[in-house]
Design a protein around this ligand. Structure first.
Ligand code: PLP
Length: 493
């Protein structure tokens, strides 16, 4: 069962938690108890990826049958061009865990390719008659991954809204490419905040909700706080541990550090869950870009968002409110009243202070941040040393690991989580490598592929051929475009 981080006694089943996303009191759903897999570890880590995913999810999804979970997992990962859906590279004594081999070349595909099937099953289990209309404001990665996962899924429709002119050319093309009968996207005039405001406004607009309901839809969001996304992310930490044993980086039962480029704190929280479930992990190293709220929190116990928001070359980590940190606060305190108070402090004063007695519970974590120039220098250095090219997000993780090694005497091998393909952020990567950036997408991507001594990935090549034009709308038009989108499908059905 799942309870809200802000109210221990508010409990729901797995399918209800997946469908709701957010608890009614504004808290996030957490599992009452984490299973311990210690006794079964040696068998689990040698399973193939999908079987491992089914075993782990079965421990959490109390009202799903194993065969149902297997169907959702198989369906989701069939969209990947590689099996397993990830790759592992060895750099020196450490391991790079590449999680970007899905349709949109970023790690969000790992969870968002499976989530739609779980949502559909949850609709059935909760006896919901309406279909789901998933609306999302996006600065790039979440929108494309959500559309890609939802495309062609019965009972789900999705629309993504992105700021006109403010997402990368590749991200825009990806969203347009993933548009279909049941998925769509719009460029909204304004910045990301305007998009978010317009979408959030819809969830509070009773007349709009009635209109949508009359068309047979219930509103939902593809936000990053759905518990199912976290559960799906636990799997790859178990899997990479098995890989580290198989490629002799460690012996079975030796420990690994994990380094995660973090924004909303979801990916690294899944690593924390894996550790609590008995996976032999040593330090969880939280890597941030220049928006280093998390670094400051782990080093001082104060979470302070009263600071300038900076746009960086690792935009998917440009976040001041790391939503999933609320879950960590709950797990280290087991005190939903405290979590509620801290969240209240954050929204009224712009900061919260972790009680001193809980500081030592953060010892699983280390935190480091990189400036923009350090990030660029890291890409250059790793390419020179190993011939390996990181994207701008993953480079932040590698740089954080180097800082950790310089400061602390720890020879534990580390897994550096790589969250995006370098091709997705080609201009910044080329700049880091000291190459000329032409501004012509095709040319820049080909230059990068050449330096990387690789063929351009097929998903990227397809984006270069197809070039649909985006629809640009004013935020005042958002209701009418959604209404039109919903009636369209109604006729089709
Ligand atoms: C979303 C994202 C992140 C941040 O992950 P969180 O789970 O939000 O901490 C890092 N890198 C890339 C490329 C992403 O898309």
């Amino acid at each position: 069962m799942y309870n809200s981080t802000r109210n221990q006694s508010l409990m729901v089943s797995a399918s209800a938690a997946i469908l709701k996303g957010l608890a009614d009191d504004g808290g996030l759903f957490v599992s009452k108890k984490l299973p311990n897999l210690n006794a079964d570890l040696e068998r689990l880590i040698h399973l193939d990826y999908q079987s491992l995913a089914v075993e782990i999810l079965s421990l959490f999804l109390n009202d799903f049958r194993k065969e149902e979970i297997a169907e959702c997992v198989a369906n989701g990962y069939s969209k990947f061009r590689s099996d397993p859906p990830l790759k592992v590279q060895k750099l020196g004594n450490d391991i790079v865990l590449e999680l970007f081999h899905g349709q949109t070349l970023a790690f969000k595909d790992m969870a968002l390719s499976v989530l739609p099937s779980l949502l559909v099953k949850s609709l059935e289990k909760q006896n919901v008659q309406e279909d789901l209309l998933i609306l999302t404001a996006t600065s790039g990665d979440t929108g494309s991954a959500a559309l890609s996962g939802i495309k062609d899924t019965k009972r789900l429709k999705a629309a993504a809204f992105f700021p006109d002119g403010a997402v990368s050319e590749i991200q825009k093309r990806q969203m347009l490419r993933e548009s279909s009968a049941n998925t769509t996207c719009y460029a909204l005039k304004g910045n990301f905040d305007d998009c978010q405001r317009a979408v959030k406004g819809l969830f509070k607009d009773e007349r709009f909700i009635e209109d949508i309901d009359a068309r047979g839809y219930r509103l939902s969001t593809a936000n990053s706080i759905n518990i199912a996304r976290l559960l799906l992310q636990i799997v790859y930490y178990f899997y990479v541990y098995g890989e580290a044993v198989r490629n002799k980086t460690i012996k079975f039962y030796e420990k690994l550090n994990v380094v995660v480029p973090s924004g909303n704190f979801g990916n690294i929280l899944a690593a924390y869950y894996a550790k609590k479930m008995g996976l032999p992990l040593n330090k969880l190293i939280c890597a941030s870009n220049q928006n280093k709220v998390l670094t400051d929190f782990f080093n001082s116990g104060v979470y302070d968002i009263k600071r300038e928001f900076k746009l960086s070359i690792s935009p998917s980590m440009d976040i001041l409110i790391a939503s999933n940190l609320e879950r960590l606060l709950y797990h280290i305190s087991s005190d939903s009243e405290l979590v509620k108070d801290l969240m209240e402090d954050l929204s009224t004063t712009g900061e919260f202070v972790l009680p001193e007695r809980l500081r030592r519970k953060l010892r699983d974590f280390e935190a480091y941040s990189l400036s923009e120039s350090e990030t660029l220098a890291t890409i250059k250095k790793v390419q020179a040393e190993y011939g390996y090219i990181f994207d701008t997000h993953s480079a932040v993780a590698w740089g954080a690991l180097e800082s950790y090694k310089n400061e602390q005497n720890d020879s534990t091998p580390s897994v550096v989580v790589s969250t995006a393909s370098p091709y997705k952020f080609a201009p910044a990567v080329l700049e880091a490598l000291g190459e000329n950036v032409s501004g012509d997408l095709t040319k820049d991507l080909e230059t990068l592929a050449q330096i990387n001594r690789q063929e351009l990935p097929a998903v990227i090549r397809e984006l270069l051929v197809e070039n649909k034009k985006e629809q640009v709308i004013e935020s005042s038009e958002i209701q009418s475009v959604i209404n039109a989108f919903c009636s369209g499908s109604h006729n089709e059905a």
